[in-house]
Design a binder for this molecule. Structure first.
Ligand code: AMP
Length: 401
């Protein structure tokens, strides 16, 4: 199904309320640290303005307990203006008579930025009355905040019911995210390989289950690999281990074998005698790590083996680092895997990288522009990959023929 987007609508003379993700990092002087998320919303807003519509922007910022000023969206207004190249009116709140008056006075081409949605507890509670008040400000609802699509909050999902299907749609960013993740899950060219890493097996188990139906290869690195290695009877010393997940790991290995999905675990490991940047290190077989030693990165044989699977793949999904990449000594495996993914992409594979740490690893290594798509999604992407229905997506698509 083609997703309904802002391209399918003419906003001339219309007010659109747009859920954006302006949850950006601010320092102690309220200076913006990274405006990637604001930049990502610009094309959608510009389309509305270019048509001759006006845009009412709404977002959350941080986790305010009450109306704490440090979470005010007025701190980012100037940057939004700069990136849009047009003045932005700042509302004192996101609902109420003053905001209604401001929105009523909006003219074609004008932009109004609402104050932090989470100044009202009704936002996270998904309160329908609050959502209705937000909805009353505009004639059209646009959701461009993929990062919160897994939440059934007032502005991300509940609000949609107050607009008829033709007047609710996705922004460009959200549509692109859904399209890219769907390509991996539902329209992947074979062989399709998922590369999973990071610390916790428990976080990734639902994804592995869903990917078993859709991937040819699953590469598992990072701390989470040791639970699988232990499940196969290996000695993992002081490496990360989730004892209560051993049985589940066994089940996954068994199911994969039955389904003909190859699970690749690291044959060797860069082990350290302390969780520290100046620890002593040695390369050991991953299943023969003695007490007093812990695996903090994948070893050279694992890098080579994972690399050849990656280079032979046509679809790649990467989530989670191969080791403790924050310490240079243990960043090598993650860097090499990132390079292989970039190389495979250069040879024509489709690659999607997403979910927090793998994105920072890729950016840190300057390889972000050498993969097909870097997701901004985090938790939302992970839930999508688990096969869950995301409330933010469902709310737009509901009752649409
Ligand atoms: P996650 O949030 O589950 O994706 O995990 C990311 C974190 O996993 C990063 O902070 C890495 O430092 C950490 N990590 C990756 N490999 C290992 C390992 N072998 N031992 C301990 N932590 C690891």
């Amino acid at each position: 199904m083609k997703l309904p987007t802002v391209d399918d609508y003419n906003f001339k003379g219309q007010k659109a309320i747009v859920r954006v993700d302006f949850n950006v990092p601010l320092d102690e002087h309220m200076e913006l640290q990274d405006d990637t998320r604001i930049r990502a919303a610009v094309p959608t807003i510009k389309k509305i303005l270019k048509d001759g519509g006006s845009a009412i922007l709404m977002s959350h910022l941080g986790r305010p307990k009450d109306r704490e000023d440090r979470f005010s969206l007025r701190h980012i207004r100037a940057r939004v203006e700069k990136l849009l190249g047009t003045p932005v009116l700042m509302a004192p709140d996101c609902i109420g008579p003053e905001v209604e008056a401001l929105s009523a006075g909006l003219k074609a081409g004008e932009v109004l930025l609402l104050e932090n949605l989470r100044y009202h507890k009704e936002e996270k509670a998904g309160d329908p009355e609050f959502a209705k008040q937000l909805a009353s400000l505009a004639e059209v609802y646009v959701n461009d905040a993929f990062g919160t699509a897994h939440r059934a909050h007032a502005s991300t999902a509940v609000i949609a019911q107050f607009f008829e299907p033709s007047r609710r749609m996705f922004g460009y960013l959200m549509a692109k995210e859904v399209e890219m993740a769907s390509r991996v899950l539902h329209h992947s060219e074979k062989p399709s390989t998922a590369i999973l890493g990071g610390a916790k097996v428990s976080d990734k188990i639902p994804i592995i289950h869903n990917l078993l139906d859709r991937s040819d290869h699953i590469i598992i690195g990072g701390g989470m690999a040791f639970t699988f290695i232990r499940a196969q009877g290996g000695e993992v010393g002081n490496s990360l281990l989730e004892e209560d997940r051993l049985e589940e790991a066994r089940q996954i290995l068994k199911k994969a074998a039955e389904m003909g999905v190859s699970i690749h675990l690291p044959e060797d490991t860069l082990a350290a005698d302390a969780f520290s940047a100046d620890a002593n290190t040695k390369v050991l077989p991953s299943g023969q790590i003695p007490q007093g030693w812990m695996g903090l990165d994948i070893g050279p044989k694992a890098v080579a083996a994972f690399g050849s699977v990656i280079l032979a793949s046509k679809t790649l999904l990467w989530n989670g680092p191969m080791g403790v990449f924050e310490m240079e000594k243990f960043a090598g495996g993650t860097l090499e895997i990132a390079k292989f993914i970039a190389e495979a992409t250069g040879r024509g594979a489709f690659s999607l990288v997403g979910g927090g740490d793998s994105v920072s690893a890729l950016t840190q290594m300057g390889l972000a522009d050498r993969v097909s798509y870097v997701s901004t999604g985090g938790g939302a992407l992970l839930e999508f990959l688990e096969g869950k229905e995301l409330p933010g997506i469902e709310a737009i698509l509901k009752d649409r023929s």
